[in-house]
Design a protein around this ligand. Structure first.
Ligand SMILES: [Fe+2]
Ligand SMILES: [Fe+2]
Length: 276
């Protein structure tokens, strides 16, 4: 699977930024928080993979790396459009983002290159399983009865499809530059664990500030119940992602063990509708 860089642009309606998801403010703020974390995260992934570019000899993998960088750069650009509207509405989120961004800069300087790559392939696994779930269950974005603002939905579906398309690129870089031994296995496992542990507190803070800005008060019982059901209920994201997430820890794991390329079928429609 060779990913393709697509120049796609979304015109987000500013007046819907705080409440575009059909299932209400709390769920909207979950996806807004996700959007905030993407651009700097994606720059971190690009940087991590780029540091190994010279060590790759396989021309196909080299081409895949170029496309990977192109795709992540496009995602970052479009999420920045989204985030600019969001920061206008939720000024506190700008500070939280600045903190997370500084931390990523420090990691780029201080952490060994292999650890940065391990964190990247861990995070790419998360975006791949999240993307897979979102594409298979349209109600996650559309809302249980439908009715979410279509531009936000299309943007996240496009992002999910490209995350699927390039899900193995960083991993293949890892495989081509690392020896297969217990130390490398441990490092890549810790990469995912470390990413998740660092990520959740930032998400939580952003969701709380987003709800405060929109409703004028801290999350109430209804918001919390909504988010709990959305994340941990029978159809909940976290509950359903747990098993695919764990597949990462199989010693012989490869992202394409789960061949889900059929989920890319809608790409042409989105490209036709939103090409820059
Ligand atoms: Fe991305
Ligand atoms: Fe990605």
């Amino acid at each position: 699977m060779l990913p393709v860089r697509r120049d796609i642009q979304f015109d987000f309606p500013a007046e819907r930024i705080g409440n575009w998801h059909a299932d209400g403010v709390a769920i909207t703020q979950f996806f807004n928080a996700l959007s905030v974390t993407f651009p700097d995260g994606e720059r971190f992934f690009i940087h991590a993979v780029r540091q190994f570019r010279d060590q790759i000899s396989d021309p196909q993998l080299k081409a895949a790396v170029t496309a990977f960088i192109g795709q992540e750069a496009m995602h970052g650009r479009e999420h920045e459009h989204w985030n600019a509207l969001y920061f206008e509405r939720v000024p506190a989120a700008r500070k939280i983002n600045a903190f997370a961004s500084k931390r990523l800069q420090r990691w780029k300087r201080w952490l060994p290159k292999t650890t940065q790559l391990a964190m990247t392939i861990g995070a790419e696994h998360v975006t791949a399983v999240l993307g897979d779930y979102i594409l298979r269950h349209p109600e996650v974005l559309n809302g249980r009865q439908g009715g979410s603002e279509p531009v936000f939905v299309a943007m996240l579906r496009w992002h999910a499809m490209e995350e699927t398309e390039h899900k193995a690129v960083a991993y293949d870089v890892w495989k081509s530059v690392m020896r297969r031994n217990p130390r490398a296995y441990l490092e890549r496992s810790l990469g995912l664990a470390f990413m998740l542990v660092a990520y959740w507190p930032v998400m939580n803070k952003l969701i709380i500030e987003g709800i405060k800005a929109e409703t004028g008060s801290a999350p109430d019982g209804t918001d919390i119940a909504r988010l709990k059901a959305f994340l941990y209920g029978p159809q909940g994201l976290m509950r359903n992602l747990a098993i695919p997430m764990l597949s990462y820890f199989r010693p012989g794991f490869h992202p394409w063990d789960d061949d889900n390329r059929e989920l890319l079928a809608e790409m042409d429609n989105i490209e036709a509708a939103y090409a820059a």
